[in-house]
Design a protein around this ligand. Sequence first.
Ligand SMILES: [Zn+2]
Length: 443
Amino acid sequence: MILIKNAWLITLNFEEGRQVIRDGALIIEDNLIKAVGQTTDLVDQYDYSEVLDAQGRIVMPGLINSHMHLYSTFARGLALKRPPGDFRQILERLWWRLDKQLTEEDIYYSALIPLIDSIRYGTTTLIDHHASPYAVQGSLGILAEAVEQLGIRACLAYEVSDRDGQEITQLGIKENVEFIRACRQRDDDLINGLFGLHASLTLSDATLEACGEAVAGLDTGFHIHTAEGIQDVEDSLQRSGLRVVERLDKFGVWNEKSIAAHCVQITQEEMDILKARGTAIVHNPESNMGNAVGCADVTTMLNKGLLVGLGTDGFTSDMFESIKAANVLHKHEQGNPSASWTEVPEMVFTNNRLIVGKYFSRPVGQLKVGSYADLIILDYDPPTPLTDSTYYSHLLFGVSGGRVVTTIVNGKILMKDREIRGIDLEKVHAYSRKLADKLWQRF
Ligand SMILES: [Zn+2]
């Protein structure tokens, strides 16, 4: 058992009322939170073998990144010969060229780097979407190996696409099915799988049908980029006369475990379809701004009762950055400085937890008894009162990923006092640079 004491606890346990507990403490037994309360009460009550003294700093649940691309690492610093002029060109000139070059070793190392950064910046669960068309078979297993080595919680998927030919499409389908089946054999509840699809614009009717058949009986959902740019909408209208969400609905893509990432270009009618199917949406503010695709209307989505979470889309591993970007994007977009005060915390602190809850058997994202012990300690001494009504403002304006000093996942300390355990960081970074350099020469 581990005791964490002398903490400002931010519980995010909205159901039970109290968000901030001063002089708080909690007990971790194996991989679960066993008790949450006051330090004075818990110190004498339990027989713990390890004590972490938070020394008056914040302890809160680890953050969740609901849409991520671990494979995007080697794009950092990669020079494009022709700068992209729109979203489709970003895909064609960068991502669809980069993913073709990924070898098995590249997949492993390009995943280790953002996984390390996730631990460093306080993300304890991520939902990934992977592509490596010339190394499809076993690619999710390689990612799982990296995830396991670092000890984070993750849900993985391979993005099926027609863009590299039928043989690779079939390999993608097989990879998803085999990985999802393999996850069912695991007994640790740390890694799960979803069926990945790239986007409507690279999927034929025949492939969508084949994917629908492949998931029969698997009790899983699809994770797919949805109307991320206007190009996806134009393509869908041309192919089918239907908008993206409508077209994919015909093939049974939307169910309660499915994730529609982005949804920048969807209508209210399309929102209603996703709502009726129980499908979650993931908003990626930095990526949408960076790719200049527009701003998803998350205010309307949330008002309609849709489950909208927050992700980084590979732009960063620091979810605190995404919180800041989402906060300013919607104020800017709506011309309203009062916009997004409730929407952003709802996405990141409530909805991300509910989305992840669909793929793991116990809850994460709250400091409460019975939740998985996935939590972080922040080096932050609040300079203004920290209360139930002010904690979000502290996290938004006072905290970044660099404040995280300790990260615990599944009851295991992955980073303590900024030292990440079980991995030689210098060696990993040096080897990653070497692999990236080789990839850039092939690019
Ligand atoms: Zn994405």
